[in-house]
Design a protein around this ligand. Structure first.
Ligand SMILES: [Zn+2]
Length: 309
């Protein structure tokens, strides 16, 4: 009997205090799907139609909040009667401006773009698009380390992309750019083309930041795995990206998103460095919702918004 009462009490306690109160969604790109592209890159997109429909279906049942408002909810400064949704977009893709921004404006929906400044300053390498084109345009791909990958059928292209991507992600983070260029040295590389075509310009970021709907957040300079950096490199990535953004948009930058955003890339030292750098929130990319008892604003959970094709 006592056991039963205890169990019932525990269920009731969980229902009240462990209750999901909102979801922070992670997006990268908002863009139509393209044919003859590889699925891993395409999976970073939701289409504009999907995003609009997703919003429309939730307009009545949810509160759409900015990250500042979500923080205020967690700090108990705002009380809501409905669950909330926050839209976040990572890295700084140009389609955030061309496709997502007009949709958010149409429905008056707040959003945050977490910018990795090296993409906007055009020196970080969008290697996953360069690699995609190499694989699409060749029947086999040879790396400088001698490894060869067959890319004749679309299935082979997909599996070779996955295998080479794994090799690239395992490259040491120090001197990454040179190692990557060396690995793909059999091919003509034009990383600048991808940054120019796919990433936001400072002008577009400035225009969005003038809207009361848009918040700009920091996402480091070079988008490396922060857990592998020295203390100096770590604070440079965190503090300098904040300073660069603040200079460009003339606003305080107080929200941060950890690159890659799983426990593999985010350790205690990384969280502490962000806390000490003048931010008020930091966000993971590990799935999960926001619950009533979530109090750690530097370990906010986030769920990827996925469009099933
Ligand atoms: Zn990112």
């Amino acid at each position: 009997m006592i056991k039963l009462i205890r169990r019932k009490f525990k269920t009731l306690f969980n229902l009240v205090y462990n209750k999901p109160i909102g979801t922070i969604y992670m997006l990268h790109r908002v863009h139509p799907f393209e044919t003859n592209k590889l699925s891993l890159n395409e999976n970073m997109k939701v289409t504009p139609e999907f995003l609009e429909q997703f919003i429309l279906e939730r307009l009545d049942q949810y509160e759409f909040l900015s990250i500042d408002q979500a923080v205020a909810v967690l700090e108990k400064k705002i009380k809501l009667t409905k669950p909330f949704i926050v839209f976040t977009l990572d890295d700084g893709y140009a389609d955030n401006y061309t496709y997502a921004f007009p949709i958010f404006q149409k429905y008056n929906i707040p959003f945050i773009v977490y910018i990795s400044t090296g993409f906007i300053d055009r020196f970080s390498l969008l290697w996953w698009y360069q690699l995609e084109d190499i694989i699409i345009n060749n029947n086999s791909v040879k790396l400088s380390n001698g490894m060869c990958f067959s890319c004749e059928s679309s299935t082979e292209k997909e599996s070779s992309f996955l295998a080479i991507r794994k090799i690239i992600l395992e490259l040491l983070t120090i001197d990454f750019d040179n190692q990557l260029r060396e690995l793909l040295s059999h091919y003509t590389l034009n990383f600048g083309k991808y940054s120019e075509e796919l990433m936001l310009s400072w002008n577009q970021i400035q225009q969005m930041s003038k809207s009361s709907l848009c918040t700009i957040g920091a996402h480091t300079i070079t988008h490396r795995r922060l857990s592998e950096l020295s203390k100096n490199e770590l604070s440079k990535e965190i503090i300098e990206s904040k300073i660069i953004l603040e200079k460009k948009i003339q606003q305080k930058i107080v929200h941060f998103a950890y690159p890659f955003g799983t426990s593999f890339e985010v350790n205690e030292q990384v969280v502490d460095a962000v806390k000490l750098s003048g931010f008020i929130s930091a966000i993971y990319a590990n799935g999960g919702v926001i619950r009533k008892q979530d109090k750690d604003l530097f370990r906010l959970n986030r769920t990827m918004l996925v469009e099933t094709k």
